[in-house]
Ligand binder design. Structure first.
Ligand SMILES: *Cc1c(COP(=O)(O)O)cnc(C)c1O
Length: 395
């Protein structure tokens, strides 16, 4: 099924797979194998020489993984994709690919906690520097680019403050300087936002989150505009660093993807209901949601996102103790990091996901003591609202 005239929801279900080639199996078969046997020694030689397609060894490629990669490349409007054993393996692979000692990475002012940790390692061990900057205006982007900047790394919406950056604005300026742009698109999923369409060169996902959507896999995806470049990364950093996905996890992601569009519509719908409730609640001090009409970047969010997504952050009066009390009062909503699952999850970035970030940077990122991040799930939205209501009334 390679007809690109089908709409994207159809491609999420069919792209990259032909039943006839696989004993007519409707479901994509799970090739749970480490290696592939050659008919003859000469065939092995041809496969290694790249003269014949076919399996060699699952770290270099696997038929189940290949379906997943083709499907996600299509969903993100890219030329090719690589699947990894975690989102961080995708992040580290692209950063290693785009930098060498002495280079500089320019980032949005908020980034995922472990991405921050990785940049710290790259800095301390390999002299690759980075800056976290607002990047809201053309002037800010121009001023933040250095002669040795070889990568601009964007998260939007930013975790966990839900700040929106204008992907199109940044990619336009980056292009003038010949600097590749990487977007961590985890929060939006390929259904709500397609950075390549807005000029980005690479898009990555923690597929652990919305792409899988069922809270039972850790995985990552890297999509690139250019197929050949993606094959270069496959044959170099991915192959030699080795952070590949297991065939079984790829199979679960293929299964998750079939309902991505339906799940994202419902996540966004439920989040919008929960947002309206929290925004009107007297105990809620600040609230952050991309499609909040009072959000200064509302127009940018509307321009680049199909819907508001499932994540809401908010602060309440008080500090760490008050935030923890609210979480402990919840009955239905689970206290857990991660996001994008069917279950509604709440976490406290200050003491959990971003506790590794030094206090100064944490506060600069807007991660205050009472900030809570809610990943709105697929339950009936009135049950989610009711749980928050009873917990807030006990504060
Ligand atoms: C979870 C997450 C990651 C890291 O992904 P893992 O699958 O946990 O390795 C990176 N970026 C964002 C925005 C995330 O939420």
């Amino acid at each position: 099924m390679n007809n690109s005239s089908y709409s994207k929801e159809t491609l999420y279900i069919h792209k990259g797979y032909k039943t006839g080639k696989h004993q007519d199996s409707l479901s994509v078969p799970l090739y749970q194998t480490s290696t592939f046997a050659f008919d003859t020694a000469e065939q092995g030689e041809r496969r290694f020489a790249g003269e014949e397609t076919g399996g060699i060894y699952s770290r270099l490629g696997n038929p189940t993984v290949q379906v997943l990669e083709e499907r996600i490349a299509t969903m993100e409007l890219g030329g090719g994709a690589l699947a990894f054993g975690s989102g961080m393996a995708a992040v580290s692979t692209i950063l290693v690919h785009l930098t060498k000692s002495g280079d500089h990475v320019l980032c949005t002012r908020g980034i995922y906690g472990c991405t921050f940790g990785l940049l710290k390692i790259l800095n301390e061990k390999y002299n690759i520097t980075h800056d976290l900057k607002a990047l809201m205006t053309e002037e800010e982007v121009e001023n933040a680019i250095k002669p040795n900047t070889t990568c601009i790394y964007i998260e939007t919406p930013i975790n966990p403050t839900m700040e929106i950056v204008d992907i199109e604005l940044i990619t336009k300026i980056a292009k003038k300087h010949g600097i590749p742009v990487v977007v961590d698109n985890t929060f939006s999923s390929p259904y709500l936002q397609n950075p390549i369409e807005l000029g980005a060169d690479f898009v990555l996902h923690s597929a652990t989150k919305y792409i899988n959507g069922h809270g039972d896999v850790i995985a990552g995806i890297l999509v690139g505009r250019d197929k050949e470049q993606m094959e270069t990364i496959r044959g170099s950093v991915q192959k030699d660093f080795g952070g590949i996905i297991s065939p079984f996890d790829a199979w679960l992601l293929i299964r998750g993807l079939k309902t991505l569009h339906i799940r994202m519509d419902r996540h966004s719908e439920n989040a919008s209901t929960v947002f309206d409730f929290l925004k009107a609640h007297p105990s809620v001090e600040n609230i952050y949601y991309p499609f909040d009409k009072d959000n200064p970047q509302y127009d940018v969010a509307k321009k680049q996102m199909k819907a508001g997504g499932g994540l809401i952050s908010f602060t309440i009066k008080g500090g760490v103790k008050q935030a923890q009390k609210l979480m402990n009062e919840l009955k239905l909503i689970k206290i857990a990091v991660s996001l994008g699952d069917a279950e509604t999850l709440i976490q406290h970035p200050y003491t959990m996901t971003h506790s590794v970030v030094p206090e100064k940077e944490r506060l600069e990122m807007g991660i205050t003591e009472s900030l809570l991040r809610l990943s709105v799930g697929l339950e009936n939205s009135s049950d989610i609202v009711e749980d928050l209501q009873q917990a807030l009334s006990n504060m």
